[in-house]
Design a protein. Structure first.
Length: 306
C-alpha cells in the first residue's frame, strides 16, 4: 500500500511533464507558454535535487512577474516565458503552478555546444558519439530549433526533417562504431543554429558532445569572384604592357639610327668620290694648258711644284 501511495502521485504528475528542454550555454530558452490560472495565483518555481523550491516568478494583480533574483534573466510576455543567458547551474526541473496545483513541469538540460564553421554549399560534419551496442537501442536522432533533422533506427529506416531530405546522413558504420556524427550536404545559410544529438534507448539520452553550434559563411566562390577580377585587370597594364611598348620603341630607335648612319656614310662616300674626280680632272686640265705656254726649261720645275 505504501508503494502504491508513492506510485500514484508519480503517475498523476506524468501528464504535466512537458518533456526535456535542451539549451546551449549562453542561449535563451523558452521554458513554457503562459497558463491561465483564472482567479488563482500563478507561480514559477525551480525544484532542486533536495526537493526544496526556489521562487522565480509570482503573480502580481494577476500578472506573472519575475522575482528580484531573476529579474534580469526572465522575460515574461502575455504568451510565453523565456530564460535568458542560461548557465550550467540552470540544469534541473521547473514547475509552473496555479495556487497549490502543478500545471506544468519542465526539465531543462544545459549543454556545452562545440562550434563548427562551414561555407555555403559545402559538406560539413557535426560530431557526436555514444554507446550503440546496447540491445535496448531504438534509434538515433538529430534536432535543430525543435525540429527533426534525421532519425535512423536499427533496421536502417530513415526519417528526415522537412528541409533535410537527402542532405542529412550518418556514417555507414554508425551502429558498430558508435559514431553518430551528422553529415550535412549542401549547407545553406538557414541551416545555421544549434544541433542536438540523442540516442533513444529505454529513455532519451544525450550523445557526446550533446550539441554543436553551426555557423554558415558565404560561399567561397562568391568571395573569389569578387576579389580576383581586380588582380587580373590591373596587373597586366602595370607590368606587361609598358615593358612591351618600351622594348618596341627602343628597337625602332636603334633601327632608325642604323639607317641614318648608313645613309650618312653613303652620302659622304658619294660626295667624296665625286669631288675627287672633279679635282683630278681640273688638275689635269691645268697641267695640259700650262705646258703648252711654258718654255721647255720650266716644265720640270712647274711639275715639281705641282
Amino acid at each position: 500500500m505504501e508503494w502504491i501511495s508513492l506510485f500514484v502521485p508519480a503517475v498523476f504528475l506524468l501528464r504535466f511533464i512537458r518533456g526535456d528542454l535542451v539549451a546551449s550555454l549562453g542561449d535563451t530558452v523558452k521554458l513554457s507558454s503562459q497558463v491561465n490560472c483564472g482567479e488563482g495565483t500563478a507561480q514559477l518555481i525551480r525544484r532542486l535535487k533536495d526537493l526544496s523550491s526556489v521562487p522565480m516568478a509570482d503573480s502580481t494583480n494577476g500578472v506573472l512577474q519575475p522575482v528580484e533574483e531573476y529579474r534580469s534573466r526572465l522575460n515574461i510576455s502575455s504568451s510565453d516565458i523565456f530564460l535568458k543567458n542560461v548557465n550550467y547551474n540552470d540544469n534541473g526541473h521547473y514547475e509552473l503552478m496555479c495556487g497549490d496545483n502543478i500545471e506544468r513541469i519542465i526539465k531543462l538540460a544545459v549543454v556545452f555546444a562545440s562550434n563548427i564553421s562551414a561555407y555555403e554549399d559545402e559538406t560539413t560534419k557535426l560530431s557526436c558519439f555514444s554507446l550503440t551496442l546496447d540491445e535496448h537501442l531504438k534509434f538515433v536522432q538529430w534536432e535543430t530549433n525543435g525540429q527533426l533533422v534525421i532519425k535512423v533506427n536499427r533496421s536502417g529506416n530513415v526519417e528526415y526533417g522537412e528541409r533535410f531530405t537527402g542532405r542529412a546522413s550518418l556514417p555507414p558504420d554508425w551502429e558498430s562504431a558508435g559514431n553518430l556524427s551528422l553529415i550535412l550536404k549542401g549547407v545553406q545559410l538557414e541551416d545555421q543554429g544549434n544541433y542536438y544529438c540523442y540516442v533513444q534507448k529505454e529513455s532519451k539520452e544525450k550523445g557526446d558532445p550533446a550539441a554543436c553550434r553551426l555557423r554558415v559563411q558565404q560561399e567561397r566562390s562568391s568571395i573569389k569572384t569578387f576579389t580576383t577580377p581586380s588582380q587580373h585587370t590591373q596587373s597586366p597594364p602595370a607590368h606587361k604592357e609598358p615593358s612591351c611598348i618600351g622594348i618596341t620603341v627602343f628597337i625602332g630607335i636603334i633601327i632608325l639610327l642604323l639607317f641614318v648612319a648608313a645613309l650618312c656614310i653613303c652620302i659622304g662616300w658619294y660626295l667624296r668620290s665625286h669631288k675627287s674626280k672633279e679635282v683630278k680632272s681640273c688638275l689635269g686640265m691645268k697641267r695640259c694648258g700650262n705646258r703648252e705656254d711654258l718654255p721647255p726649261d720650266q716644265e720640270v720645275s712647274s711639275g715639281l711644284v705641282t
